[in-house]
Design a protein around this ligand. Structure first.
Ligand code: ADP
Ligand code: MG
Length: 584
Protein backbone atom coordinates (compact mmCIF):
# COMPACT_ATOMS: atom_id res chain seq x y z
CA UNK A 1 0.00 0.00 0.00
CA UNK A 2 2.15 2.85 -1.13
CA UNK A 3 -0.04 5.35 -2.97
CA UNK A 4 -3.64 6.31 -3.69
CA UNK A 5 -3.93 3.92 -6.59
CA UNK A 6 -3.09 0.92 -4.40
CA UNK A 7 -5.83 1.95 -1.99
CA UNK A 8 -8.28 2.34 -4.84
CA UNK A 9 -7.30 -1.08 -6.15
CA UNK A 10 -8.16 -2.79 -2.88
CA UNK A 11 -11.43 -0.94 -2.50
CA UNK A 12 -12.59 -1.57 -6.05
CA UNK A 13 -11.70 -5.25 -5.74
CA UNK A 14 -13.84 -5.41 -2.63
CA UNK A 15 -16.70 -3.78 -4.51
CA UNK A 16 -16.37 -6.28 -7.33
CA UNK A 17 -16.27 -9.12 -4.81
CA UNK A 18 -19.50 -7.76 -3.37
CA UNK A 19 -21.13 -8.11 -6.76
CA UNK A 20 -21.31 -4.41 -7.57
CA UNK A 21 -22.67 -3.40 -10.98
CA UNK A 22 -21.67 0.23 -10.65
CA UNK A 23 -18.59 1.57 -8.95
CA UNK A 24 -17.77 5.21 -8.52
CA UNK A 25 -14.32 6.41 -7.53
CA UNK A 26 -13.96 9.98 -6.34
CA UNK A 27 -10.60 11.56 -5.67
CA UNK A 28 -9.51 14.83 -4.23
CA UNK A 29 -6.01 16.09 -4.92
CA UNK A 30 -4.96 12.97 -6.69
CA UNK A 31 -6.34 10.89 -3.83
CA UNK A 32 -3.95 12.35 -1.31
CA UNK A 33 -6.65 14.44 0.32
CA UNK A 34 -9.52 12.00 -0.15
CA UNK A 35 -10.51 8.77 -1.87
CA UNK A 36 -14.10 7.61 -1.94
CA UNK A 37 -15.32 4.40 -3.48
CA UNK A 38 -19.07 3.91 -3.70
CA UNK A 39 -20.64 0.71 -4.94
CA UNK A 40 -24.07 -0.83 -5.34
CA UNK A 41 -22.97 -4.27 -4.17
CA UNK A 42 -24.27 -6.59 -1.50
CA UNK A 43 -23.48 -4.28 1.39
CA UNK A 44 -22.85 -5.24 5.00
CA UNK A 45 -25.10 -5.48 8.01
CA UNK A 46 -24.58 -3.40 11.11
CA UNK A 47 -22.46 -5.89 12.96
CA UNK A 48 -20.38 -6.86 10.00
CA UNK A 49 -18.83 -3.41 9.75
CA UNK A 50 -16.55 -3.60 12.74
CA UNK A 51 -15.63 -7.16 11.83
CA UNK A 52 -14.59 -6.12 8.34
CA UNK A 53 -12.13 -3.69 9.90
CA UNK A 54 -10.29 -6.30 11.92
CA UNK A 55 -7.24 -8.04 10.64
CA UNK A 56 -7.73 -11.39 8.97
CA UNK A 57 -11.44 -10.85 8.94
CA UNK A 58 -12.24 -12.08 5.50
CA UNK A 59 -15.59 -13.47 4.53
CA UNK A 60 -14.13 -15.00 1.44
CA UNK A 61 -12.56 -18.35 2.15
CA UNK A 62 -15.21 -20.96 2.61
CA UNK A 63 -13.17 -24.00 1.71
CA UNK A 64 -9.73 -25.19 0.73
CA UNK A 65 -10.89 -25.22 -2.86
CA UNK A 66 -11.29 -21.48 -2.60
CA UNK A 67 -7.65 -21.17 -1.76
CA UNK A 68 -6.75 -23.25 -4.79
CA UNK A 69 -8.85 -21.32 -7.17
CA UNK A 70 -9.05 -17.88 -5.61
CA UNK A 71 -12.34 -17.21 -7.23
CA UNK A 72 -12.53 -13.82 -5.62
CA UNK A 73 -9.82 -11.29 -6.02
CA UNK A 74 -8.80 -10.72 -2.46
CA UNK A 75 -8.51 -13.27 0.29
CA UNK A 76 -6.18 -11.89 2.83
CA UNK A 77 -8.62 -9.95 4.94
CA UNK A 78 -6.14 -7.15 5.48
CA UNK A 79 -6.95 -4.36 3.12
CA UNK A 80 -9.41 -2.37 5.19
CA UNK A 81 -7.44 -2.56 8.46
CA UNK A 82 -4.20 -1.63 6.74
CA UNK A 83 -5.79 1.34 5.03
CA UNK A 84 -7.35 2.38 8.32
CA UNK A 85 -3.94 2.31 9.97
CA UNK A 86 -2.52 4.98 7.65
CA UNK A 87 -5.52 7.24 7.01
CA UNK A 88 -8.83 8.37 8.43
CA UNK A 89 -11.35 5.82 7.26
CA UNK A 90 -15.15 5.94 7.21
CA UNK A 91 -17.03 2.84 6.22
CA UNK A 92 -20.73 2.97 5.57
CA UNK A 93 -22.82 0.26 4.14
CA UNK A 94 -26.41 -0.73 3.67
CA UNK A 95 -27.34 -4.34 3.23
CA UNK A 96 -30.05 -4.92 0.66
CA UNK A 97 -32.75 -5.86 3.15
CA UNK A 98 -32.10 -3.03 5.63
CA UNK A 99 -34.09 0.18 5.98
CA UNK A 100 -31.02 2.33 6.21
CA UNK A 101 -27.28 1.96 6.37
CA UNK A 102 -24.68 2.13 9.12
CA UNK A 103 -21.52 4.10 9.46
CA UNK A 104 -18.40 3.40 11.44
CA UNK A 105 -15.32 5.58 11.66
CA UNK A 106 -11.77 4.50 12.38
CA UNK A 107 -9.50 7.07 13.98
CA UNK A 108 -6.03 6.09 15.14
CA UNK A 109 -7.02 2.49 15.56
CA UNK A 110 -10.30 3.17 17.41
CA UNK A 111 -13.42 1.88 15.72
CA UNK A 112 -16.53 3.90 16.56
CA UNK A 113 -19.94 2.47 17.41
CA UNK A 114 -22.12 2.04 14.31
CA UNK A 115 -24.44 4.97 13.74
CA UNK A 116 -27.33 5.11 11.26
CA UNK A 117 -26.44 6.57 7.88
CA UNK A 118 -28.52 7.34 4.84
CA UNK A 119 -27.31 5.69 1.68
CA UNK A 120 -28.46 3.45 -1.15
CA UNK A 121 -27.94 -0.27 -0.88
CA UNK A 122 -24.23 -0.85 -1.22
CA UNK A 123 -21.07 0.37 0.40
CA UNK A 124 -19.16 3.63 0.61
CA UNK A 125 -15.60 3.75 1.83
CA UNK A 126 -14.01 7.07 2.41
CA UNK A 127 -10.29 7.43 3.01
CA UNK A 128 -8.92 10.82 3.97
CA UNK A 129 -5.45 12.23 4.37
CA UNK A 130 -3.53 9.17 3.32
CA UNK A 131 -0.34 8.71 5.35
CA UNK A 132 -1.16 11.69 7.58
CA UNK A 133 0.54 9.73 10.36
CA UNK A 134 3.44 8.38 8.28
CA UNK A 135 5.28 11.47 7.01
CA UNK A 136 8.04 9.37 5.47
CA UNK A 137 5.54 7.78 3.12
CA UNK A 138 3.54 10.90 2.55
CA UNK A 139 6.71 12.51 1.29
CA UNK A 140 6.90 9.99 -1.50
CA UNK A 141 3.54 10.83 -2.96
CA UNK A 142 3.84 12.62 -6.26
CA UNK A 143 2.03 15.55 -7.80
CA UNK A 144 -1.77 15.30 -7.84
CA UNK A 145 -1.78 14.77 -11.59
CA UNK A 146 0.65 11.89 -11.34
CA UNK A 147 -1.25 10.15 -8.57
CA UNK A 148 -4.44 10.70 -10.49
CA UNK A 149 -2.96 9.19 -13.61
CA UNK A 150 -2.06 6.03 -11.71
CA UNK A 151 -5.65 5.69 -10.60
CA UNK A 152 -6.87 6.47 -14.08
CA UNK A 153 -4.72 3.68 -15.51
CA UNK A 154 -5.93 1.30 -12.82
CA UNK A 155 -9.54 2.04 -13.68
CA UNK A 156 -8.87 1.51 -17.37
CA UNK A 157 -7.56 -1.88 -16.41
CA UNK A 158 -10.67 -2.70 -14.39
CA UNK A 159 -12.87 -1.36 -17.16
CA UNK A 160 -11.26 -3.72 -19.65
CA UNK A 161 -11.46 -6.66 -17.26
CA UNK A 162 -15.11 -6.13 -16.41
CA UNK A 163 -17.25 -4.82 -19.25
CA UNK A 164 -20.31 -5.82 -17.25
CA UNK A 165 -19.59 -3.29 -14.53
CA UNK A 166 -19.98 0.47 -14.84
CA UNK A 167 -17.09 2.63 -13.69
CA UNK A 168 -16.98 6.28 -12.92
CA UNK A 169 -14.00 8.39 -12.01
CA UNK A 170 -14.15 11.85 -10.52
CA UNK A 171 -11.30 14.17 -9.72
CA UNK A 172 -11.80 17.29 -7.60
CA UNK A 173 -15.51 17.19 -8.29
CA UNK A 174 -15.16 16.81 -12.03
CA UNK A 175 -16.13 13.56 -13.78
CA UNK A 176 -13.18 12.45 -15.84
CA UNK A 177 -14.65 9.25 -17.13
CA UNK A 178 -18.02 7.58 -16.98
CA UNK A 179 -18.31 4.12 -18.43
CA UNK A 180 -21.75 2.54 -18.22
CA UNK A 181 -21.96 -1.26 -17.98
CA UNK A 182 -21.39 -2.63 -21.47
CA UNK A 183 -23.20 -5.88 -22.01
CA UNK A 184 -23.91 -5.48 -25.72
CA UNK A 185 -21.28 -5.36 -28.40
CA UNK A 186 -21.95 -1.72 -29.30
CA UNK A 187 -21.35 -0.69 -25.72
CA UNK A 188 -18.22 -2.75 -25.57
CA UNK A 189 -16.79 -1.14 -28.66
CA UNK A 190 -17.51 2.28 -27.28
CA UNK A 191 -15.85 1.38 -24.00
CA UNK A 192 -12.84 0.06 -25.86
CA UNK A 193 -12.63 3.36 -27.67
CA UNK A 194 -12.97 5.39 -24.48
CA UNK A 195 -10.25 3.44 -22.79
CA UNK A 196 -7.84 2.93 -25.67
CA UNK A 197 -8.56 5.93 -27.88
CA UNK A 198 -10.10 6.30 -31.28
CA UNK A 199 -6.86 5.72 -33.14
CA UNK A 200 -6.52 2.33 -31.53
CA UNK A 201 -9.94 1.36 -32.72
CA UNK A 202 -9.19 2.53 -36.24
CA UNK A 203 -6.24 0.17 -36.42
CA UNK A 204 -7.63 -2.67 -34.44
CA UNK A 205 -7.14 -6.33 -35.22
CA UNK A 206 -9.42 -8.72 -33.39
CA UNK A 207 -7.77 -11.72 -31.85
CA UNK A 208 -9.56 -14.98 -31.28
CA UNK A 209 -7.35 -18.03 -31.08
CA UNK A 210 -7.70 -21.31 -29.32
CA UNK A 211 -5.50 -24.29 -28.68
CA UNK A 212 -7.04 -27.06 -26.62
CA UNK A 213 -8.09 -25.65 -23.26
CA UNK A 214 -6.31 -22.36 -23.72
CA UNK A 215 -7.62 -19.34 -25.55
CA UNK A 216 -6.43 -15.89 -26.47
CA UNK A 217 -8.95 -13.19 -27.31
CA UNK A 218 -8.93 -9.43 -27.47
CA UNK A 219 -7.54 -6.75 -29.70
CA UNK A 220 -4.18 -5.54 -30.89
CA UNK A 221 -3.45 -2.47 -32.96
CA UNK A 222 -1.82 -2.86 -36.32
CA UNK A 223 1.85 -1.96 -35.89
CA UNK A 224 1.33 1.28 -37.77
CA UNK A 225 -0.42 2.53 -34.64
CA UNK A 226 2.22 2.39 -31.96
CA UNK A 227 3.29 4.39 -28.96
CA UNK A 228 6.34 6.07 -27.54
CA UNK A 229 5.47 4.52 -24.18
CA UNK A 230 4.18 1.11 -23.20
CA UNK A 231 1.03 2.80 -21.90
CA UNK A 232 -1.64 1.05 -23.93
CA UNK A 233 -0.86 -2.51 -23.02
CA UNK A 234 -3.32 -4.57 -21.07
CA UNK A 235 -3.02 -8.26 -20.47
CA UNK A 236 -5.39 -10.36 -18.43
CA UNK A 237 -5.01 -13.95 -17.36
CA UNK A 238 -8.30 -15.50 -16.35
CA UNK A 239 -9.72 -12.03 -15.86
CA UNK A 240 -6.90 -10.68 -13.72
CA UNK A 241 -4.56 -7.99 -14.94
CA UNK A 242 -1.04 -9.34 -14.86
CA UNK A 243 2.49 -8.42 -15.66
CA UNK A 244 4.57 -11.39 -16.47
CA UNK A 245 7.95 -11.90 -18.08
CA UNK A 246 6.87 -14.87 -20.15
CA UNK A 247 3.92 -12.98 -21.55
CA UNK A 248 5.85 -9.78 -22.10
CA UNK A 249 8.55 -11.65 -23.93
CA UNK A 250 6.12 -13.50 -26.17
CA UNK A 251 4.32 -10.29 -27.11
CA UNK A 252 7.52 -8.38 -27.68
CA UNK A 253 8.88 -11.12 -29.92
CA UNK A 254 5.69 -11.24 -31.94
CA UNK A 255 5.97 -7.53 -32.66
CA UNK A 256 9.71 -7.45 -32.90
CA UNK A 257 10.32 -7.05 -36.57
CA UNK A 258 7.14 -5.20 -37.39
CA UNK A 259 7.84 -2.33 -35.02
CA UNK A 260 10.67 0.10 -35.04
CA UNK A 261 13.09 -0.21 -32.18
CA UNK A 262 11.96 1.71 -29.15
CA UNK A 263 8.30 1.88 -30.15
CA UNK A 264 5.58 0.07 -28.21
CA UNK A 265 2.57 -1.85 -29.48
CA UNK A 266 -0.92 -1.30 -28.11
CA UNK A 267 -3.11 -4.20 -27.09
CA UNK A 268 -5.84 -5.56 -24.87
CA UNK A 269 -5.48 -9.30 -24.55
CA UNK A 270 -7.24 -11.94 -22.53
CA UNK A 271 -5.63 -15.28 -21.95
CA UNK A 272 -7.82 -17.97 -20.53
CA UNK A 273 -6.27 -21.12 -19.19
CA UNK A 274 -7.60 -23.84 -16.89
CA UNK A 275 -7.22 -22.59 -13.30
CA UNK A 276 -4.93 -25.45 -12.40
CA UNK A 277 -2.52 -24.48 -15.19
CA UNK A 278 -1.66 -21.23 -13.50
CA UNK A 279 -0.65 -20.14 -10.05
CA UNK A 280 -1.95 -16.64 -9.36
CA UNK A 281 -0.93 -16.44 -5.74
CA UNK A 282 2.73 -15.98 -6.35
CA UNK A 283 2.33 -12.30 -5.53
CA UNK A 284 -1.18 -11.18 -4.80
CA UNK A 285 0.00 -7.57 -4.88
CA UNK A 286 2.20 -7.63 -7.88
CA UNK A 287 -0.08 -9.08 -10.51
CA UNK A 288 2.30 -11.91 -11.14
CA UNK A 289 1.41 -15.35 -12.32
CA UNK A 290 3.28 -18.57 -12.73
CA UNK A 291 2.36 -20.90 -15.52
CA UNK A 292 2.83 -24.60 -14.99
CA UNK A 293 3.89 -24.86 -18.63
CA UNK A 294 5.43 -21.52 -19.44
CA UNK A 295 6.93 -22.64 -22.71
CA UNK A 296 3.62 -23.81 -24.09
CA UNK A 297 1.97 -20.52 -23.11
CA UNK A 298 4.80 -18.58 -24.68
CA UNK A 299 4.59 -20.49 -27.95
CA UNK A 300 0.85 -20.20 -28.10
CA UNK A 301 0.91 -16.44 -27.51
CA UNK A 302 3.71 -15.83 -29.92
CA UNK A 303 2.27 -17.87 -32.75
CA UNK A 304 -1.29 -16.57 -32.24
CA UNK A 305 -0.13 -12.98 -32.43
CA UNK A 306 2.17 -13.61 -35.34
CA UNK A 307 -0.61 -15.24 -37.27
CA UNK A 308 -3.01 -12.40 -36.54
CA UNK A 309 -0.49 -9.77 -37.56
CA UNK A 310 0.42 -11.63 -40.72
CA UNK A 311 -3.22 -12.05 -41.69
CA UNK A 312 -3.75 -8.35 -41.16
CA UNK A 313 -0.93 -7.70 -43.62
CA UNK A 314 1.42 -6.25 -41.09
CA UNK A 315 4.24 -8.41 -42.38
CA UNK A 316 4.66 -6.00 -45.27
CA UNK A 317 5.84 -3.41 -42.79
CA UNK A 318 9.05 -5.02 -41.70
CA UNK A 319 11.41 -2.14 -41.09
CA UNK A 320 14.49 -4.03 -42.11
CA UNK A 321 13.19 -5.45 -45.33
CA UNK A 322 15.29 -3.25 -47.54
CA UNK A 323 18.37 -4.28 -45.67
CA UNK A 324 17.64 -7.94 -45.75
CA UNK A 325 17.48 -7.88 -49.49
CA UNK A 326 20.82 -6.19 -49.48
CA UNK A 327 19.65 -3.10 -51.30
CA UNK A 328 18.89 0.32 -49.98
CA UNK A 329 15.48 1.75 -50.65
CA UNK A 330 15.38 3.23 -54.08
CA UNK A 331 12.75 5.19 -55.87
CA UNK A 332 10.41 3.06 -57.87
CA UNK A 333 10.82 -0.05 -55.78
CA UNK A 334 7.77 0.02 -53.56
CA UNK A 335 8.09 -1.69 -50.26
CA UNK A 336 11.85 -1.58 -50.17
CA UNK A 337 11.92 1.39 -47.86
CA UNK A 338 12.14 1.26 -44.11
CA UNK A 339 8.42 1.40 -43.86
CA UNK A 340 8.18 0.44 -40.25
CA UNK A 341 8.88 3.98 -39.19
CA UNK A 342 6.33 4.94 -36.61
CA UNK A 343 4.94 8.11 -38.06
CA UNK A 344 1.84 7.44 -40.07
CA UNK A 345 1.13 8.85 -43.46
CA UNK A 346 2.39 8.39 -46.97
CA UNK A 347 5.97 7.73 -45.97
CA UNK A 348 4.83 4.81 -44.00
CA UNK A 349 2.51 3.00 -46.28
CA UNK A 350 5.23 1.50 -48.38
CA UNK A 351 5.42 4.32 -50.84
CA UNK A 352 8.96 5.59 -51.18
CA UNK A 353 9.47 9.25 -51.86
CA UNK A 354 10.52 10.32 -55.32
CA UNK A 355 14.29 10.47 -55.79
CA UNK A 356 14.41 14.22 -55.59
CA UNK A 357 12.69 14.23 -52.23
CA UNK A 358 14.91 11.52 -50.94
CA UNK A 359 17.99 13.40 -51.85
CA UNK A 360 16.81 16.56 -50.23
CA UNK A 361 15.27 14.76 -47.32
CA UNK A 362 18.02 15.57 -44.93
CA UNK A 363 17.99 19.24 -45.82
CA UNK A 364 14.26 19.73 -45.64
CA UNK A 365 13.83 17.78 -42.46
CA UNK A 366 16.41 19.87 -40.70
CA UNK A 367 14.80 23.02 -41.93
CA UNK A 368 15.94 26.51 -41.10
CA UNK A 369 19.24 26.99 -39.38
CA UNK A 370 21.23 24.55 -41.43
CA UNK A 371 21.63 26.57 -44.56
CA UNK A 372 25.09 27.67 -43.65
CA UNK A 373 26.46 24.24 -42.99
CA UNK A 374 24.68 22.96 -46.00
CA UNK A 375 26.00 25.44 -48.49
CA UNK A 376 29.51 25.08 -47.20
CA UNK A 377 29.28 21.37 -47.55
CA UNK A 378 27.60 21.53 -50.88
CA UNK A 379 30.56 23.49 -52.10
CA UNK A 380 32.98 20.97 -50.73
CA UNK A 381 33.82 19.10 -53.88
CA UNK A 382 34.78 22.21 -55.79
CA UNK A 383 36.43 23.86 -52.80
CA UNK A 384 38.55 20.81 -52.19
CA UNK A 385 41.86 22.52 -52.63
CA UNK A 386 40.92 25.47 -50.46
CA UNK A 387 40.10 23.22 -47.55
CA UNK A 388 43.26 21.22 -47.82
CA UNK A 389 45.19 20.79 -44.65
CA UNK A 390 42.21 21.13 -42.33
CA UNK A 391 40.21 17.97 -42.69
CA UNK A 392 37.21 18.07 -40.40
CA UNK A 393 36.75 15.70 -37.47
CA UNK A 394 34.41 13.36 -39.26
CA UNK A 395 36.18 13.73 -42.59
CA UNK A 396 34.66 13.82 -46.04
CA UNK A 397 31.98 11.46 -47.15
CA UNK A 398 32.89 8.80 -49.65
CA UNK A 399 29.84 6.58 -49.79
CA UNK A 400 26.73 5.40 -48.10
CA UNK A 401 26.44 1.80 -46.99
CA UNK A 402 23.07 0.12 -47.41
CA UNK A 403 21.30 3.37 -46.75
CA UNK A 404 22.34 3.25 -43.11
CA UNK A 405 25.96 4.26 -42.64
CA UNK A 406 27.98 7.09 -44.06
CA UNK A 407 31.58 6.15 -44.83
CA UNK A 408 33.96 9.05 -44.64
CA UNK A 409 37.69 9.60 -44.62
CA UNK A 410 39.59 11.78 -42.16
CA UNK A 411 43.26 12.11 -41.24
CA UNK A 412 43.17 9.04 -39.01
CA UNK A 413 41.41 6.73 -41.40
CA UNK A 414 37.82 5.63 -41.86
CA UNK A 415 34.78 7.00 -40.04
CA UNK A 416 31.43 5.19 -39.94
CA UNK A 417 28.44 7.33 -39.04
CA UNK A 418 24.97 6.01 -38.29
CA UNK A 419 22.92 8.37 -40.40
CA UNK A 420 19.68 8.12 -38.51
CA UNK A 421 21.23 8.21 -35.07
CA UNK A 422 23.39 11.18 -36.03
CA UNK A 423 20.51 13.15 -37.36
CA UNK A 424 18.40 12.35 -34.36
CA UNK A 425 21.14 13.62 -32.11
CA UNK A 426 21.46 16.84 -34.05
CA UNK A 427 17.76 17.49 -33.98
CA UNK A 428 17.60 16.65 -30.30
CA UNK A 429 20.39 19.03 -29.38
CA UNK A 430 18.83 21.79 -31.44
CA UNK A 431 15.46 21.30 -29.86
CA UNK A 432 17.06 21.23 -26.45
CA UNK A 433 19.02 24.42 -26.87
CA UNK A 434 16.03 26.25 -28.29
CA UNK A 435 13.76 24.90 -25.60
CA UNK A 436 16.02 26.25 -22.87
CA UNK A 437 16.59 29.46 -24.82
CA UNK A 438 13.77 31.42 -26.32
CA UNK A 439 11.53 28.35 -26.58
CA UNK A 440 10.88 26.21 -29.59
CA UNK A 441 9.46 28.26 -32.38
CA UNK A 442 6.18 27.01 -33.77
CA UNK A 443 5.26 27.18 -37.40
CA UNK A 444 1.62 27.72 -38.21
CA UNK A 445 0.00 24.93 -40.20
CA UNK A 446 -1.75 26.12 -43.34
CA UNK A 447 -4.66 23.90 -42.50
CA UNK A 448 -5.16 23.20 -38.79
CA UNK A 449 -5.11 19.48 -38.18
CA UNK A 450 -7.85 17.60 -36.35
CA UNK A 451 -6.48 14.90 -34.11
CA UNK A 452 -8.64 12.27 -32.47
CA UNK A 453 -7.49 11.38 -28.99
CA UNK A 454 -8.81 9.75 -25.86
CA UNK A 455 -10.52 11.91 -23.31
CA UNK A 456 -7.54 11.66 -20.99
CA UNK A 457 -5.23 12.83 -23.72
CA UNK A 458 -7.55 15.71 -24.50
CA UNK A 459 -7.59 16.70 -20.81
CA UNK A 460 -3.84 16.51 -20.72
CA UNK A 461 -3.49 18.70 -23.78
CA UNK A 462 -5.81 21.22 -22.21
CA UNK A 463 -4.13 21.22 -18.82
CA UNK A 464 -0.67 21.49 -20.27
CA UNK A 465 -1.41 23.89 -23.05
CA UNK A 466 1.40 26.23 -22.09
CA UNK A 467 3.98 23.52 -21.79
CA UNK A 468 2.99 22.25 -25.22
CA UNK A 469 3.30 25.75 -26.58
CA UNK A 470 6.83 26.00 -25.22
CA UNK A 471 7.53 22.85 -27.22
CA UNK A 472 6.30 24.55 -30.36
CA UNK A 473 2.96 22.75 -30.36
CA UNK A 474 -0.11 24.94 -30.29
CA UNK A 475 -3.15 22.80 -29.59
CA UNK A 476 -6.73 23.56 -28.70
CA UNK A 477 -9.45 21.27 -27.56
CA UNK A 478 -12.30 20.94 -30.02
CA UNK A 479 -14.39 18.28 -28.34
CA UNK A 480 -14.37 15.66 -25.59
CA UNK A 481 -12.05 13.46 -27.65
CA UNK A 482 -10.61 15.76 -30.24
CA UNK A 483 -7.93 18.38 -30.55
CA UNK A 484 -6.96 20.89 -33.21
CA UNK A 485 -3.29 21.27 -33.87
CA UNK A 486 -2.41 24.75 -35.13
CA UNK A 487 1.35 25.03 -34.89
CA UNK A 488 4.18 22.53 -34.95
CA UNK A 489 7.86 23.12 -34.22
CA UNK A 490 9.49 24.75 -37.23
CA UNK A 491 12.34 22.27 -36.95
CA UNK A 492 9.91 19.42 -37.40
CA UNK A 493 7.65 21.00 -39.96
CA UNK A 494 8.03 18.06 -42.30
CA UNK A 495 6.99 15.28 -40.00
CA UNK A 496 3.69 13.62 -39.34
CA UNK A 497 2.29 16.23 -37.00
CA UNK A 498 -0.58 14.16 -35.59
CA UNK A 499 1.70 11.32 -34.61
CA UNK A 500 4.16 13.78 -33.14
CA UNK A 501 1.46 15.28 -30.95
CA UNK A 502 0.20 11.87 -29.83
CA UNK A 503 3.69 10.79 -28.86
CA UNK A 504 4.39 13.99 -26.98
CA UNK A 505 1.12 13.59 -25.07
CA UNK A 506 1.95 10.02 -24.32
CA UNK A 507 5.32 11.08 -22.92
CA UNK A 508 3.70 13.84 -20.91
CA UNK A 509 1.23 11.43 -19.46
CA UNK A 510 4.06 9.15 -18.46
CA UNK A 511 6.32 11.81 -17.02
CA UNK A 512 3.61 13.35 -14.95
CA UNK A 513 3.43 16.61 -13.14
CA UNK A 514 5.14 19.91 -13.46
CA UNK A 515 7.77 19.10 -10.89
CA UNK A 516 9.30 16.83 -13.47
CA UNK A 517 9.07 19.18 -16.38
CA UNK A 518 12.81 19.38 -16.86
CA UNK A 519 13.68 15.70 -16.91
CA UNK A 520 10.38 15.03 -18.59
CA UNK A 521 11.03 17.53 -21.29
CA UNK A 522 14.31 15.93 -22.27
CA UNK A 523 12.45 12.70 -22.85
CA UNK A 524 9.84 14.57 -24.80
CA UNK A 525 12.44 16.37 -26.84
CA UNK A 526 14.12 13.12 -27.71
CA UNK A 527 10.81 11.67 -28.82
CA UNK A 528 10.31 14.74 -30.97
CA UNK A 529 13.80 14.49 -32.38
CA UNK A 530 13.15 10.95 -33.41
CA UNK A 531 10.26 12.22 -35.52
CA UNK A 532 12.30 14.82 -37.23
CA UNK A 533 15.11 12.55 -38.21
CA UNK A 534 16.05 11.28 -41.57
CA UNK A 535 15.27 7.61 -41.80
CA UNK A 536 17.66 4.83 -42.41
CA UNK A 537 17.34 3.55 -45.95
CA UNK A 538 17.23 6.95 -47.47
CA UNK A 539 19.68 7.79 -50.18
CA UNK A 540 21.73 10.91 -49.59
CA UNK A 541 24.19 12.32 -52.09
CA UNK A 542 27.70 13.32 -51.10
CA UNK A 543 26.77 16.93 -50.40
CA UNK A 544 23.93 15.87 -48.16
CA UNK A 545 26.17 13.44 -46.35
CA UNK A 546 28.83 16.08 -45.84
CA UNK A 547 26.24 18.51 -44.56
CA UNK A 548 25.14 15.95 -42.04
CA UNK A 549 28.72 15.30 -40.95
CA UNK A 550 29.38 19.04 -40.51
CA UNK A 551 26.25 19.46 -38.43
CA UNK A 552 27.27 16.46 -36.41
CA UNK A 553 30.63 18.02 -35.65
CA UNK A 554 28.91 21.17 -34.44
CA UNK A 555 26.73 19.10 -32.18
CA UNK A 556 29.63 17.09 -30.80
CA UNK A 557 31.55 20.25 -30.12
CA UNK A 558 28.62 21.62 -28.22
CA UNK A 559 29.64 19.03 -25.70
CA UNK A 560 26.43 17.09 -25.40
CA UNK A 561 27.45 13.73 -26.55
CA UNK A 562 26.45 11.34 -23.87
CA UNK A 563 23.27 9.61 -24.99
CA UNK A 564 24.00 5.94 -24.86
CA UNK A 565 24.48 4.62 -28.28
CA UNK A 566 27.31 5.98 -30.41
CA UNK A 567 26.51 7.93 -33.53
CA UNK A 568 29.85 7.39 -35.20
CA UNK A 569 33.01 5.35 -34.81
CA UNK A 570 36.52 5.82 -36.01
CA UNK A 571 38.47 3.01 -37.58
CA UNK A 572 41.99 4.39 -37.73
CA UNK A 573 44.65 3.19 -40.10
CA UNK A 574 46.42 1.19 -37.40
CA UNK A 575 43.22 -0.71 -36.67
CA UNK A 576 42.63 -1.36 -40.32
CA UNK A 577 46.23 -2.46 -40.74
CA UNK A 578 45.81 -4.87 -37.90
CA UNK A 579 42.70 -6.30 -39.55
CA UNK A 580 44.79 -7.05 -42.60
CA UNK A 581 47.78 -8.25 -40.59
CA UNK A 582 49.84 -5.52 -42.13
CA UNK A 583 53.13 -4.38 -40.70
CA UNK A 584 53.71 -7.37 -38.44
P1 ADP B 1 -10.75 -9.23 1.94
O1 ADP B 1 -11.24 -8.49 0.76
O2 ADP B 1 -9.43 -9.84 1.68
O3 ADP B 1 -11.74 -10.17 2.53
P2 ADP B 1 -10.75 -6.68 3.17
O4 ADP B 1 -10.05 -6.09 4.34
O5 ADP B 1 -10.50 -6.06 1.85
O6 ADP B 1 -10.39 -8.20 3.09
O7 ADP B 1 -12.29 -6.68 3.46
C1 ADP B 1 -12.75 -7.32 4.63
C2 ADP B 1 -14.18 -7.76 4.51
O8 ADP B 1 -15.03 -6.62 4.49
C3 ADP B 1 -14.51 -8.50 3.24
O9 ADP B 1 -14.24 -9.87 3.35
C4 ADP B 1 -16.00 -8.22 3.08
O10 ADP B 1 -16.75 -9.12 3.83
C5 ADP B 1 -16.17 -6.84 3.67
N1 ADP B 1 -16.20 -5.81 2.64
C6 ADP B 1 -15.19 -4.96 2.31
N2 ADP B 1 -15.55 -4.11 1.32
C7 ADP B 1 -16.83 -4.42 1.01
C8 ADP B 1 -17.77 -3.90 0.05
N3 ADP B 1 -17.45 -2.90 -0.79
N4 ADP B 1 -19.01 -4.46 0.03
C9 ADP B 1 -19.33 -5.48 0.87
N5 ADP B 1 -18.48 -6.00 1.76
C10 ADP B 1 -17.24 -5.50 1.86
MG1 MG C 1 -10.22 -6.99 -0.13
Amino acid sequence: MDRPSSVVKELVENSLDAGARRISVQLEQGGKRAIRVVDDGLGMERDELAVALQRHATSKIASLDDLERVATMGFRGEALPSIASVARLDLSSRHGSDQHGWLVRVRRGDISEPEPDALQAGTRVSVEDLFYNVPARRKFLRADRTEFSHVDLLLRRFALARFDVGFELEHNGRTTSALPPALEEAGQVSRLQRVMGKEFLEHVIKIDQERGAIALTGWVAEPRYNRAQADRQFFFVNGRAVRDRVIAHAVRSAFQDVLYHGRHPAFVLYLDVPPEAVDVNVHPQKHEVRFRDARMVHDFLFSSLRRALAEAGAGAMRPGSGLEQGIPAAAGSPGAGGTGWPSAGAQQSGMPLPVRDQVSAYATVLGAGTSQGRSEAAGFQSDDAANEGEIPLLGYAMAQLHGVYILSQNTHGLVLTDMHAAHERITYERLKSRYSGEGIRGQRLLVPLDVQVSETEADLAEDRHEELRSLGLVVDRSGPESLVLREVPALLAHTDAAQLLLDVLSDMGATGGSERVQTGSNEILSTMACHGSVRANRILNLSEMNALLRDMEETERAGHCNHGRPTWIQLDMATLDRLFLRGR
